[in-house]
Design a protein around this ligand. Structure first.
Ligand code: LMR
Length: 394
């Protein structure tokens, strides 16, 4: 029977990972998949993670199951990290999930049970797995304008005009910070506008927070999500610890559902636990335990914050440096927007053909839409990549 299967094409990020792995050129440059790299090209285990793992190894007395929703200590650590004191604890339902993708999936599973006819509004462009999972679950989506290719910034009026069409119960999918793939983040005033729009239309904000701490600071990067949570009666959050804790392969994520409290909170908690049970029973524990160990210990938390700050500062410095190198090679400020973007990614405005030329001729791997992982650039490659980009996109 299996020979009748037609495997779907892997998405463009996964396709690129496979192409990069198969390329035998020694000088190839991986600016594709969203993985952080040190200046010498490594993706190390963070020191705070190592220490937490040491403690867990020494102290853990059982590997028996945790609860279906995961460990409540993990929920509260993540709730505090993301929402601080913004929302009364009694209003929040939480479950641990396998990674941020697992969290996105469980939010959409919840939507399928709750409001199957809702439209999920996604930005143009967005992370390719968003529309893919939405369609896979048989849900509907529509796009809202987001990226302004002319300025490399936000198409604010286009975004607000499109979102104004949202109906009660629709989900508006927002990137909490470090928008993937554009690098263009919502500013405080945008969050205020969208919060007011949600209240006016009855749409539910759904924040995907995969890069908390990668833009400006932990507090600043959570500010939009908090502002929203303080303003609206109900909201959904899917967060990942892949990047900010470097726990990619451990698959650590969380869903936070902000409800009106009481029976609504209990219903959401029960349904999220049920959905975990149906999909994988108990969520993975090791990475989540590492995260709660770090966040609940002053020394480890400070150590982690410092390491995270170092990664963030490195990425932002690399943005400035790359933009300067591009200015030099292009002889103009046309790529200046890269310095002001945040997170790992920027859309550099390359056509699919130009992306193919960068790859085939120069061994530089970008996602087909022209998304570049700035965190994949190492100091020894900045000039090489800037020269090639300036030449190919001339
Ligand atoms: C990315 O966007 O490159 C990462 O989030 C990895 C992935 O799963 O796509």
């Amino acid at each position: 029977m299996f020979d009748t299967l037609i495997p779907p094409e892997p998405d463009k990020i996964l396709r690129l990972m496979a192409m990069y792995a198969a390329d035998t050129r020694p000088d190839k440059v991986d600016l594709g998949v969203g993985v952080y790299r040190t200046p010498d090209g490594r993706t190390p285990v963070m020191a705070a993670v190592k220490q937490a793992e040491g403690r867990i190894l020494a102290d853990q007395a059982t590997k028996s199951y945790t609860g279906l929703a995961g460990d409540p200590a993990f929920h509260s650590a993540m709730r505090n990290l993301i929402l601080g004191e913004t929302v009364d604890v009694g209003r929040i339902a939480a479950v641990a999930t396998p990674g941020g993708t697992g969290a996105v999936r469980q939010v959409l599973e919840l939507t399928k049970r709750l409001t199957p006819d809702a439209t999920i509004w996604i930005s143009t462009p967005t992370w390719p797995n968003h529309p893919s999972i939405i369609s896979y679950l048989g849900l509907n989506h529509r796009e809202y304008r987001y990226y302004d290719t002319a300025t490399g910034g936000l198409d604010r009026s286009g975004m607000l005009a499109d979102l104004e069409q949202a109906k009660p119960g629709d989900l508006i999918l927002l990137h909490g910070c470090c928008h993937n793939p554009t690098g263009v983040d919502l500013q405080e005033g945008d969050w205020v506008e969208i919060a007011a729009l949600c209240q006016r239309t009855g749409a539910i904000p759904f924040v995907d927070l995969a890069y908390l701490g990668f833009a400006n600071s932990l507090e600043d990067d959570a500010a939009g999500t908090r502002l929203m949570a303080a303003a609206v009666p109900e909201m959904l959050i899917a967060a990942s610890c892949s990047k900010n804790f470097g726990l990619y392969r451990e698959r650590v994520g969380v869903v936070l559902a902000v409800t009106s409290g009481g029976t609504a909170q209990a219903a959401a908690q029960g349904m999220l636990a049920y959905l975990n049970r149906q999909n994988y029973a108990f969520p993975p524990d090791h990475g989540a335990r590492v995260v709660q160990t770090i966040l609940n210990d002053h020394t480890l938390r400070d150590m982690w914050r410092d390491e995270l700050r170092g990664m963030r500062d490195g990425m932002n410095a690399m943005r400035t440096r790359f933009a300067a190198a591009l200015r030099e090679h292009a002889g103009s400020d046309r790529f200046g927007f890269i310095a002001g973007h945040r997170g790992m990614f920027s859309l550099i405005g390359a056509t699919p053909e130009q992306v193919a030329t960068l790859r085939d001729k120069h061994g530089i791997y970008l996602v087909g839409d022209g998304r570049m992982n700035i965190a994949g650039l190492t100091p020894d490659k900045v000039d090489y990549v800037a020269r090639a980009v300036a030449q190919v996109l001339a």
